[in-house]
Design a protein around this ligand. Structure first.
Ligand code: SF4
Length: 410
């Protein structure tokens, strides 16, 4: 395989975006490849996961493991939590490996080439496992902001296509099924998984070929949507701005398709006289909530961009940066408390004894021991009702009214 460029124009991780907005790859190419603390943390967490996986699946000596881990833990992005998440990642891999009837072939950090489907496409798959008739790929996600589902996930499918291409010469036609797992331990104890036959996967690969070619050749078609969220051009993209500034519906508090056609034709003055119903219908509220969701996200992206621009010494007309709210704090708590005690107050009055949280106790005992010994002491009350779109994967909130529906007073 030729040595690829460091960044593929059509990367697997951005496939969710370029499959929907074919203009995105070339548009994004004009923005620098900056990094964030989150990205640095993610890279480090991946390295720790890989080290733990190598320790379990290969012959890494204890000494080598400890010295590599020590080196990684010296990073400013390191946190002890990364050891827990690496354990959870390896637990998942172990569980998958044990699902095979014979020990599978397992390899980590595999650079896969999916250029048969996507021009110049390549990427790095965290773990590939092959045994019997099944290829399993795993991707570790360190983020805890957005839950990433493996179901229909194009990044996973592209990695799987690349892994198939790489291992087909070794395993021949033995591989008939593909399973894909996303392990995101900071967000969920359960990995998200998806399963396809090899025929289904390759048919999907064929189906995206023309879209990938359009995105690669450019100029493509701008198509704003939920996928703009991680686009490098999200703050300055005109198509996205047009989508939001074209919200004429907000002006009249009426929603497209819900207003009688004859009323839509009226001038604003005539509407002011005749008037639309003063009360929004629930259908309109639902529609406006959906529209406003992306509007709010877009506004946040604009704020973030403007803040970075002003901090870099440039101007955003009409805006400036001010110091945000800050709270008073002791310069040195020990010194401050010493001074209070010298004033005649008892030391006990300065401290309170607080129980550790459930998560802290679980860290203390370890997940396994905690599950064995503490289950009877744990309750999980229903969380506060939170508004979410119908597409949200969580179960609908169970209201007291519905819980007790059918129970008669008496
Ligand atoms: S912000 Fe959205 S519409 Fe604009 S290029 Fe990026 S993905 Fe496409």
């Amino acid at each position: 395989m030729p040595t690829p460029n460091k960044h593929a124009l059509l990367s697997a991780s951005s496939a969710h975006r370029w499959l929907q907005c074919t203009a995105a790859p070339l548009f994004e190419a004009q923005f620098p490849n900056g990094t964030t603390d989150y990205a640095e943390e993610g890279t480090l967490a991946h390295s720790i996961c890989e080290l733990y996986a190598r320790k379990y699946f290969t012959t890494v000596t204890k000494r080598k493991f400890n010295s590599e881990l020590k080196k990684l833990s010296e990073s400013p992005y390191y946190s002890d939590e990364m050891l827990k998440t690496a354990e959870a990642y390896v637990d998942y891999l172990k569980q998958k490996a044990l699902g095979y009837t014979a020990a599978p072939y397992v390899t980590q950090e595999v650079q896969v080439d999916f250029s048969d489907y996507v021009p110049e496409g390549f990427g790095t798959c965290d773990c590939v496992m092959i045994g019997g008739d099944t290829l399993h790929i795993t991707d570790y996600k360190h983020g805890k902001g957005v839950a990433v589902s493996a179901v229909g996930n194009p990044q996973m499918r592209l990695y799987a296509l690349g892994a198939l291409k790489m291992f087909a010469p070794v395993f021949g036609g033995a591989i008939k099924n593909v399973s894909m797992g996303i392990c995101q331990p900071r967000l969920s104890e359960e990995a998200s998984e998806d399963f396809l036959t090899v025929e289904e996967l390759t048919a999907w690969g064929e189906s995206i070929k023309p879209v990938a070619q359009e995105a690669f050749n450019g100029p493509g078609t701008f198509c704003p949507g939920e996928h703009c969220r991680f686009c490098k051009g999200k703050a300055q993209c005109r198509a996205r701005a047009d989508q939001h500034t074209a919200f004429e519906d907000f002006k009249d508090f009426a929603v497209e398709g819900k207003v009688a056609p004859e009323l839509k034709e009226l001038s604003p003055e005539a509407k002011a006289v005749i008037g639309l119903p003063p009360m929004l219908s629930d259908a309109e509220v639902g529609d406006l909530l959906t529209r406003a969701e992306s509007l709010v996200q877009w506004y946040k992206d604009l704020q973030e961009y403007a803040t970075a621009t002003i901090l870099a010494g440039k101007e955003i007309p009409g805006w400036k940066l001010v110091a945000g709210r800050s709270n008073r704090a002791f310069k040195d708590v020990d010194e401050a408390f010493k001074a209070v005690i010298e004033l005649g107050y008892n030391e006990e009055m300065l401290y309170e004894r607080k129980p550790k949280t459930l998560t802290e106790v679980e860290s203390l005992l370890g997940k396994k021991k905690f599950a064995e010994a503490m289950t009877d002491y744990v309750v999980k009350p229903q969380g506060k009702p939170t508004l979410a779109p119908l597409s949200d994967k969580r179960e609908p909130y169970s209201t007291a009214a519905s819980d007790f529906a059918g129970v008669e007073n008496g």
